[in-house]
Design a protein around this ligand. Structure first.
Ligand SMILES: [Zn+2]
Length: 88
């Protein structure tokens, strides 16, 4: 599997929700689109629940909770990745 190198800028101002940013690629003020993906915290939470004695199904709950996931901000116009908000 090819490990594509995407230039990702991690900026502290990114959070859970969409933010107004100037896109470095198309140079427009855009409201970022947020995509959530399972991050390190999701897996830690999953492992934590597992060790606390939850049955297999319950430890998958973190994967359904957006607040435990990393948020990737993309430009709605040119689809460039603007930044990633990580939980850890
Ligand atoms: Zn753009």
């Amino acid at each position: 599997m090819a490990n594509a190198q995407i230039p990702v800028v991690v900026v502290g101002s990114f959070g859970d929700g969409p933010v107004q940013v100037s896109c470095p690629q198309c140079h427009q003020m855009v409201l970022s689109q947020v995509h959530h993906s399972s991050g390190l915290l999701t897996y830690l939470f999953c492992g934590g629940l597992f060790f606390c004695g939850f049955v297999l199904g319950c430890c998958l709950i973190p994967f359904c909770v957006d607040r435990l996931k990393d948020a990737q901000h993309t430009c709605p116009t040119c689809k460039a990745v603007l930044g990633v908000y990580k939980r850890l």
